[in-house]
Design a protein. Structure first.
Length: 256
């Protein structure tokens, strides 16, 4: 009897469970199935043409109106770069002025910091920067038995020598146009060229008079110094024409 009761209890439980936990048709599952679309990852849009530019480090041996030098350059952006360079040149020349013969030493010595703006990302560039220069002229008047100052002649007993010194502003601005065929391109060898102007300002002229161990009378020295100052002023006025120094230079460029 107990066995029959247990059997009936189990059948009842199975029937009830079928009503409560009725199976869901497979078709309805297929109809209710949802497709999950994962959001697309955001894309980084590069500026047009940015990846096409190679901004390498370049060195350029150059020759031009500032002498012989070496330049280092680095591209910063596809239309912007910076350069550092040094150039030097010296030569000697004999010259005559105001009746005096001079042995002259000319010196060009320039360290440049230049920034470049390339037009439409091309090799053509507009440049501007500063030049630290030690350009100048140093000369000694040759002793021919007499010296002349402002049209007045002085014998070697009154003046033993004269030294001429011409200097320019130590810091000068630069502006110009140029061409760099390697800028922005993944290649090694190229050609560079620049044309521009440096504003060196009005030159400083000093004419130093040398005397014997015993100097001439005070009145004579004052006269000599006055005439020397007049000579300095005249030479300074003549050299004012060179306050704008032309720059023309060219060379090869190697890019790493």
């Amino acid at each position: 009897m107990k066995t029959i009761s247990f059997f009936l209890f189990c059948c009842t439980a199975i029937c009830l469970s079928g009503e409560i936990f009725s199976p869901i048709p497979l078709g309805s599952l297929a109809k209710s199935k949802k497709t999950f679309v994962y959001p697309k990852q955001s894309q980084v849009i590069e500026p047009k043409g940015e990846k096409d530019y190679y901004l390498g480090f370049r060195i350029s041996p150059r020759i031009g109106s500032l002498g012989i030098g070496l330049e280092m350059a680095q591209g910063i952006r596809p239309n912007f770069g910076i350069r550092f360079g040094y150039s030097v040149f010296t030569w000697e020349k004999n010259g005559e002025r105001s009746g005096n013969d001079y042995d002259l030493d000319f010196t060009l010595s320039n360290f440049a910091i230049i920034t470049d703006w390339h037009f439409n990302r091309t090799p053509l560039r507009l440049s501007g920067g500063i030049i630290f220069n030690a350009n100048g002229i140093d000369g000694n008047a040759l002793n021919r038995g007499s010296f002349e100052l402002n049209g007045v002649s002085y014998d070697s007993n009154e003046i033993t020598g004269m030294n001429l010194d011409v200097t320019h502003n130590a810091v000068a601005p630069y502006i110009g146009l140029g061409w760099d065929s390697t800028f922005g391109k993944d290649k090694n060898w190229g050609f560079v060229m620049d044309v521009g102007l440096i504003y060196t300002g009005s030159p400083e002229v000093a004419l130093d008079i040398r005397y014997l161990s015993f100097r001439p009378p005070l009145s004579k020295r004052l006269e000599i110094e006055k005439n020397a100052q007049i000579e300095e002023g005249e030479l300074k006025e003549e050299l004012d024409a060179f306050r704008l120094w032309p720059v023309v230079s060219a060379g090869l460029s190697y890019q790493f």
